[in-house]
Structure formats: structure tokens, C-alpha cells
Unconditional design. Structure first.
Length: 305
């Protein structure tokens, strides 16, 4: 057992198609306590949830490294939202968990929706953080061009190598999203991300996984089908600034309103003064996400038979 935050933390490796999926468990190891299944973004890992875990003491958080990322990076394709959903089901089976609140950030929000569609009995509610609503591809723009426009340097980073961890930390310290938001959890996240041997250390996300998942997210059928048939109560939390702290971010009030029109089961809330990363990895953003997760869990207790 090791600690990545002030909350009890351990990791497990569970069998899935092609090998072992790494997952972290924060909080009580008692499966009877309230449990959150937390799903990270397209080039991330479970380590993005450390700040949130500290903000939710007494809550059990299960967070995988998705196939092709972190310590699950060697798991083979095919990738895609439905594949990740099946991996989540296998993970819950392995740790003997029944129904959970599913929390997804960025691509993880789309995975959460597809999981709720394919495994509805496993999901009580959804909390979608800066993701889950369609990201349209403009006419005349190819999918690779759209991926580059949305992810930009985040995608380019995956093809880079670094001589040591300090160089990689300097890369993240100068990132616009973290220039004024550096903390111990972000440093631990960056250190965990590197694989290989110096001086050829590389980010752990497989380029093929990022590309295939992004293509499925933008042009596949599983996401629109899952959103169209969404029946679970859901909260969408969105950031006013994007991946490089730019304004606007992935969504605006107009696009949120347009996508959620006629969807009374989804409540949307802008989290002020955060960007795409700090909405979960900064203290202010994580505190608001934790408060919403706590409120949803409390409501589930009140309304359960």
C-alpha cells in the first residue's frame, strides 16, 4: 500500500481483455460504504483524482487507469467508449461493487454515459465534469484536424521523450493551465505519468489509444446513442476556460443550454474561475465537484426505498 494523498489509498490489478487493468481505491475498503467510480480523461490517469479524494473523506473512490493509459498502457486495442465501459464492468465485478455513482471528467464523462447506457443496473447517478456533451466537427474539418484543434499540445506531448522527471515537471509547471495552480497532487500526477528508462522517458498514454478514442468520441455512434437514451439523473459541471486556460473552454452557456434542452434529468452548473484541468485537480474546482458528489449521494440515500 502507498499513499498519494492524505486519504487511504491502494491499487489493484484486475483481469480484463488482453491483460490487467490498474485501478486505485481511495477511502474505506468496505464495499458497503458509498462508492464513486471515477473515470479520467483522454491522456490522463487515476492520479488526477487525488485532490478530490482528499475532499471526500469517508467515500470510497474507485478509479481505473483506462486501457492505454497509466499502468494499463500495455493493454491492447481496440479501444473506444464501449471497450472502456466493458473494462469498468469487469473492474466492478472484481472488487465486488454493485451500483455506483459514476463520475467522469473530459473523455471520462463520455465513457460514463456509455457505461450507463450499456450497464444501467450498475449506475445510480452520473456527475459529468467538462465533458459528455457532443463536441461538433465543423464542416470540411477532418477528424484528425478536429483532434488536433481540441487536444493540441496534449496530443503532441505523447510523442515526446524526456531525459528525467524534473524536465517533465518543468514542462507541466510552465503549462498555462497550471502556471498559477501548481500543487503537490499535480506534481504526483506528472511523476506517475512517465514510463520507460532515462533518458528516454515518455508519457504513459498510447498514441493509438488517444487517437482511436478521440475518433470514436467525435464520430462514433456509441456517444450520441447513449446521450439520447440517458435515463439516469445527471449533473454536468463545466469550466469557463479550456485545456490551455483559454476562454471560452470546451463549452459555453449557449452550447450547454442547446444540448440540454428537453433533458430534464440533467442539471448543469458552471464552476467559476477554473479551467479544464483545475476543475478536478485544483483546490477550488475539486471542492465544488466534491460538494456536488456529496449532495448527489445524500439525495440517493434519502430517495432510496
Amino acid at each position: 500500500m502507498s499513499l498519494s494523498s492524505g486519504t487511504d489509498y491502494t491499487t489493484v490489478d484486475v483481469p480484463v481483455r488482453g491483460g490487467l487493468l490498474r485501478a486505485a481505491i481511495w477511502g474505506p475498503q468496505d464495499p458497503a460504504v458509498a462508492t464513486v467510480l471515477a473515470v479520467h480523461g483522454v491522456t490522463s490517469s487515476h492520479m488526477q483524482w487525488a485532490v478530490l479524494a482528499d475532499a471526500l473523506p469517508g467515500i470510497r473512490i474507485i478509479a481505473p487507469d483506462l486501457r492505454g493509459r497509466g499502468r494499463s498502457s500495455s493493454l491492447p486495442g481496440p479501444y473506444g467508449m464501449a471497450t472502456h465501459a466493458q473494462d469498468l464492468a469487469d473492474l466492478l465485478d472484481a472488487v465486488a461493487v454493485g451500483q455506483v455513482l459514476v463520475l467522469g471528467h473530459s473523455m471520462g464523462a463520455f465513457v460514463a454515459e456509455v457505461f450507463a447506457h450499456l450497464q444501467p443496473h450498475r449506475v445510480s447517478s452520473l456527475v459529468l465534469v467538462d465533458g459528455g456533451l457532443p463536441l461538433p466537427v465543423p464542416p470540411g474539418v477532418t477528424i484528425p484536424q478536429a483532434i488536433q484543434a481540441i487536444l493540441g499540445p496534449a496530443a503532441a506531448r505523447l510523442s515526446m521523450t524526456f531525459p528525467d522527471h524534473e524536465t517533465y515537471l518543468d514542462f507541466w509547471r510552465s503549462h498555462p493551465a497550471f502556471a498559477d495552480n501548481w500543487n503537490d497532487a499535480v506534481e504526483a500526477y506528472a511523476r506517475y505519468d512517465l514510463l520507460g528508462t532515462a533518458p528516454q522517458l515518455r508519457p504513459s498514454t498510447a498514441v493509438e489509444a488517444m487517437t482511436e478514442d478521440s475518433t470514436d468520441l467525435l464520430a462514433g455512434e456509441s456517444v450520441p446513442r447513449s446521450l439520447e437514451s440517458l435515463l439516469h439523473p445527471a449533473v454536468l459541471l463545466w469550466a469557463p476556460r479550456g485545456l490551455r486556460d483559454e476562454s471560452p473552454g470546451l463549452y459555453t452557456q449557449e452550447t450547454v443550454d442547446a444540448h440540454l434542452q428537453g433533458r430534464p434529468s440533467v442539471r448543469a452548473e458552471l464552476v467559476p474561475d477554473v479551467n479544464h484541468y483545475t476543475i478536478v485537480m485544483g483546490g477550488r474546482g475539486a471542492a465544488r465537484v466534491a460538494a456536488v458528489v456529496g449532495d448527489v449521494l445524500d439525495q440517493e440515500v434519502v430517495t432510496s426505498p
